[in-house]
Design a protein around this ligand. Structure first.
Ligand code: CXF
Ligand code: ZN
Length: 384
């Protein structure tokens, strides 16, 4: 099983294994032999089994989300705990786990407050690419390699903080539930927690990739009667329709701004608008697409670092609500393992979100599928 892997344990307990290193922006990832240090206090070393490729990884590779390079990308991982550092109590070697780009420390104001999930220990707003103690656990060719949002899953082994890892049930299929680390909670939570979509409502979803598709599924599950899907890539429309989209719009083929077409189609604009691309233009279009009096617009896409969202405040004045959340507002360690259990018990289905599977060394092919809009989610298997 391990023949294709370089992974070996050394006496100093540094693991040498394969990882996909992004040395610079806008260049293919390079499969390299890296050294993964043992976990320090409060840390967990995880043998990655599967990892999804998310649009945020691609934004980062394209330099749109500023984070230090060289970096090991990937934040949608499922794996098995290999070893734990001193003081770790909530997981143990052999446990199946998910790791999250947003921790839940269970001590800060935000973790203790029942609403919201944006833990103070996050490494998202001003990413350091380092562990909380300011050091890295990855080395390659003698150089320090940074992490992404404390996760880094495009590697055979990674080190994460205990506060960003949760045990999941043994029956969970790792090569599917890995997308519960980002796409699924981000999309489902946008609908169930942040917008609170109601039965019989109308919705528009800008961007029909991984997160947009999860939003569509959740809108349908919430009983929305009209779900308008917007994308400039019409190849995405058949899959979107199969998930629940009732009408598809390609803004490049319209004679009017998309928000005006959405308004005409619905009479007054939609009840709920979602942006799942990360472009300022589509964020404003989503906001203007919702009903001016009680429409709710939820922005889930991440705009390029330093960009500014601007619109006439009169757009909000009549009563629109503009919202956002990270990982759909789910408290990651408390809530996401329950979603995994719901999947195992067949209460929810996430299978249609995974359209492609590739072995880890073909990671650049996976990025290409994402860039060309050919996949919803491509999952990499780290183990042959
Ligand atoms: C990300 C957005 C930035 C914070 C972590 C989760 N969402 C999707 O990739
Ligand atoms: Zn993601």
């Amino acid at each position: 099983m391990e023949q294709a892997s370089l992974a070996t344990k050394t006496s100093s307990n540094v693991i040498r294994c394969r990882a996909a290193v992004a040395w610079t922006t806008n260049a293919p990832l390079s499969i390299e032999e890296v050294e993964v240090d043992p976990p320090k206090a409060g840390e967990v070393r995880v043998k990655i089994i599967a990892s999804g490729i998310c649009g945020t990884d691609n934004h980062t590779l394209e330099g749109k989300m500023k984070t230090p390079f060289p970096v090991i990308l990937g934040h949608e991982g499922a794996g098995v705990v290999e070893s734990v550092g001193p003081g770790v109590t909530t997981v143990k070697p052999g446990d199946k786990v998910l790791m999250f780009p947003l921790p839940e420390c269970r001590e800060c104001f935000y973790c203790l407050y029942p609403k919201g999930n944006f833990c103070e220990k996050e490494n998202i707003l001003s990413p350091t690419g380092l562990m909380l103690d300011g050091t890295s656990r990855f080395t390659c060719r003698g150089k320090k390699i940074y992490n992404i949002m404390g996760t880094s899953t495009f590697t055979e082994y990674t080190v994460v903080h205990e506060i960003a890892v949760a045990k999941i049930e043994a029956a969970a299929p790792m090569d599917t539930v890995c997308i519960m680390s980002c796409a699924v909670p981000t999309g489902f939570g946008a609908v169930f927690n942040t917008a609170q979509v109601t039965p019989g409502s109308s919705c528009v979803v800008f961007g029909l990739g991984g997160i947009g598709s999860a939003i569509v599924m959740a809108c349908k599950a919430s009983g929305a009667c009209r779900i308008i899907g917007v994308d400039i890539n019409e190849e995405k429309f058949p899959r979107a329709r199969a998930l629940g989209v009732t009408d598809c719009l390609n803004p490049n083929k319209l004679k009017k701004p998309v928000q005006e077409v959405v308004k005409e189609m619905t009479g007054v604009g939609v009840d709920f608008a979602f942006e799942a691309i990360g472009l300022i233009e589509t964020m404003v279009a989503a906001l203007k697409s919702c009903n001016r009096s009680y429409g709710v617009c939820v922005i889930m896409g991440v705009a390029p670092t330093g960009s500014q969202l601007s619109f006439d405040p009169l757009v909000l004045l009549p009563g629109r609500t503009l919202k956002s959340s990270v990982l759909g507002g789910y408290k990651t360690r408390d809530d996401i393992p329950k979603l995994v259990t719901d999947y195992v018990q067949k209460k929810i289905n996430i299978d249609p979100l995974i359209t492609h599977r590739l072995p880890f060394p073909k990671i650049n092919e996976g990025f290409r599928l994402l860039q060309e809009g050919k996949c919803i989610r491509c999952v990499l298997s780290m183990r042959p």
